[in-house]
Design a protein around this ligand. Structure first.
Ligand code: PHE
Length: 446
């Protein structure tokens, strides 16, 4: 590594867990089921899957490549690579956007903390307190989002190896096991099969609205942490020995699988809840959705499980907190890397200052939740993230020197140069991915 003060991952496993940890988070378990419910089920699922592979993966690899090549943050990367100067504002837009994502994300992550504490308080007989923590009023949102910010700042300040890597390599596998257990249980419940149908059998006639495409694209970008520089920065800490083509596939596959599993849990769980009398449709006849969906469905599900449910609920929300934390650290890491690389700030100082700035933004959102929350979510994830992705396609596909690009991808994977993959991927990054993004963004505005 050229610059040892930046830090690097000590192992390949560390990098894959950090990248998968960034990808897997509330986007999968909160965002994906919510979007699926909002957009009518299977058609959304299908479109999301297609876009994750056709647009998401190619851009993920592009970010890995330029990040590792420049060994820098988004701004520094464009400054260092030939032809990148004009793209520096794109780097800044990424850094700012990821901060806004961190700000709204921490509120939802805070709610996960509240639901983790809730059954514990109940067990202790503190019923009033347990009701307050999940009230989701401004004061509880503020408290729990702040707690979340505190831990994010602490870990990012600790650095790459001791912070991000140590945390990401733990507990992610446990999350997978718990999800599978819950899915198996849900599918045994009355009504679940109907939910399964809605989840798996697309009814295009019902859902062909323009929002479907923007939502699915935004979800693919959000879920794979694309455009804003998180993946780029993580790759900048990885060694030239890694096969980034393969690691990119692993990240995409694990991310998509966890989202798919989460949907397999939540959508049938909604129908199971309906079978036992809960209202799951709104006045217009569509599934209820919105930021609270999983917080209505999951606790109701755990309640049906008796005492085991209490234990499972505590474990589940604990793992959600970990999953969210491995994502938020990869968010805060982006502006912090900029401050460290380009401004010569110490990591600790940068983490605290930048963390506090976006904490303040988060508080503003929490205090004006109804006004700001949905707006910030859709502006950042459905519009700015894909737009940033479009710029990455243009830079990597059209501006960056071809040989430099191929040389970088070949590091750690020399055979790739003559493979079919190297004929397909450049075609995607030059044409397919940017054109699809452009069409979807354009139709959203027309
Ligand atoms: N991919 C993360 C999730 O699904 C969210 C995220 C977005 C992380 C952007 C980093 C950057 O929860």
């Amino acid at each position: 590594m050229s610059d040892s003060s930046r830090g690097e991952f000590s192992s390949s496993f560390g990098f894959i867990m950090a990248a998968a940890g960034s990808a897997i988070g509330l986007g999968n378990i909160w965002g994906f089921p919510t979007q699926t419910a909002q957009n009518g089920g299977a058609a959304f699922v299908l479109l999301y899957l297609i876009l994750a592979f056709v647009v998401g993966y190619p851009i993920l690899l592009a970010e890995f490549t330029i990040g590792r090549h420049a060994q820098s943050n988004p701004v520094g990367t464009y400054q260092k690579i030939k032809g990148g100067k004009r793209f520096v504002p794109v780097g800044f837009l990424g850094i700012t956007t990821v901060g806004f994502i961190l700000s709204f994300y921490s509120i939802i992550a805070g709610t996960m903390v509240a639901y983790f504490i809730n059954p514990i308080l109940k067990l202790m007989g503190l019923h009033q307190a347990s009701a307050w923590v999940i009230s989701q009023g401004a004061s509880s949102n503020i408290l729990f989002a702040s707690i979340f910010f505190f831990f994010t700042i602490l870990i990012v300040a600790a650095g790459v190896k001791n912070g991000i890597e140590k945390w990401s390599t733990r507990l992610m596998p446990t999350l997978l096991v718990i999800l599978v257990v819950l899915v198996v249980y849900v599918l045994t419940l009355d009504g679940a099969m109907e939910g399964l149908k809605v989840y798996l059998l697309p009814d295009f006639t019902k859902v062909m609205h323009t929002q479907l495409f923007t939502s699915a694209l935004g979800q693919a970008f959000f879920s794979l942490s694309l455009g804003v520089g998180s993946m780029l920065v993580l790759a900048s800490y990885t060694s030239k020995k890694e096969n980034i083509v393969r690691l990119g596939w692993l990240v995409t596959l694990s991310d998509v699988s966890i989202a798919f599993l989460a949907g397999l849990l939540i959508i049938p769980a909604m129908y199971a809840a309906a079978a036992s009398g809960t209202q799951i449709f709104d006045e217009t006849g569509s599934l209820i959705s919105g930021p609270n969906l999983v917080f209505q469905v999951l606790p109701a599900l755990f309640d049906t499980m008796g005492p085991i449910g209490i234990g499972l609920s505590i474990i589940f929300f604990f793992l959600m907190i970990i999953a969210a934390l491995t994502s938020t650290i990869s968010m805060l890491e982006v502006p912090v890397a900029y401050a460290v690389d380009n401004r010569g700030m110490s990591r600790e100082k940068a983490s605290i200052i930048i963390g506090v700035v976006f904490w303040a933004v988060s508080m503003i959102i929490a205090l004006n939740f109804d006004l700001l929350f949905n707006f910030v979510v859709s502006a950042t994830t459905q519009f700015i993230q894909p737009l940033l992705g479009l710029f990455i396609c243009i830079f990597v596909g059209w501006v960056m020197n071809r040989n430099t690009l191929i040389e970088e991808i070949k590091q750690g994977n020399p055979e790739v140069a003559n493979s079919l993959f190297m004929k397909i991927w450049p075609f995607f990054i030059r044409y397919i991915s940017p054109i699809l993004i452009f069409i979807i963004l354009a139709q959203a505005f027309l």
